[in-house]
Design a protein around this ligand. Structure first.
Ligand code: GLV
Ligand code: MN
Length: 196
């Protein structure tokens, strides 16, 4: 959970010149009902990509009414076989529910233990703050999950792109040593993400 709010709400002024931790508030005179409702999670995301997955974020950046309230949500759409790639959220624990389909959910602890389960519609999961996790659609059709976070801006470190498509790129010899493979394997992986 992010720091406690000192007022009822603080609809983010995303264009303010300064922001320290979160965003300054819009003046109350400019706040209206629309600041507290968000339709962005109602649309199916486009899963035609390498992973067969699409994450639509309902965080403070897309839904400024969340500012200072310590909470946010994602919609994740999965094509058949789609994988939400290994990632972690540095600022939040995640709770999720399967809205549609059958999804394998797993996280790995700091002691390298994998906890995982195949969940069906209506079932729920939790991912402790900061731990690496993944989801895979293991059902015959599309899948859909809704996830909730105890941060207005949980952040996501997506391991494949973090490691193999950073800017500037991590030197090949570093990655080759880390994964104990030849540098040609690294350049092969990088090329999948348009990196070199
Ligand atoms: C799923 O893991 C998500 O981050 O929404
Ligand atoms: Mn997640």
């Amino acid at each position: 959970s992010d720091p406690d709010a000192l007022q009822d709400f603080c609809v983010a002024d995303l264009n303010a010149a300064t922001s320290v931790n979160g965003f300054p508030c819009k003046p109350d005179s400019q706040v209206s009902s629309s600041d507290f409702f968000f339709s962005g999670l109602s649309m199916e995301g486009n899963t035609a990509n390498l992973f067969g997955v699409n994450v639509t974020a309902g965080n403070v950046l897309s839904f400024p009414g969340l500012n200072t309230l310590g909470i946010s949500m994602n919609r994740v759409d999965y094509a058949p076989g789609g994988v939400n790639p290994l990632h972690s959220h540095p600022r939040a624990t995640e709770a999720g529910v399967i809205i549609l389909g059958e999804v394998l959910v797993g996280f790995i602890t700091t002691r390298n233990v994998l906890y995982s389960k195949v969940l069906k519609t209506g079932e729920m999961f939790v991912i402790p703050k900061g731990l690496v996790h993944f989801q895979k659609n293991v059902g015959p059709g599309k899948a859909l999950t809704l996830t909730a976070f105890n941060s207005q801006n949980p952040g996501a470190v997506i391991l494949p792109t973090n490691l193999f498509a950073s800017n500037p790129t991590i030197p090949n010899e570093i990655l080759a040593k880390n994964f104990q493979v030849d540098e040609t394997v690294i350049t092969g992986i990088k090329s999948k993400f348009g990196s070199s």
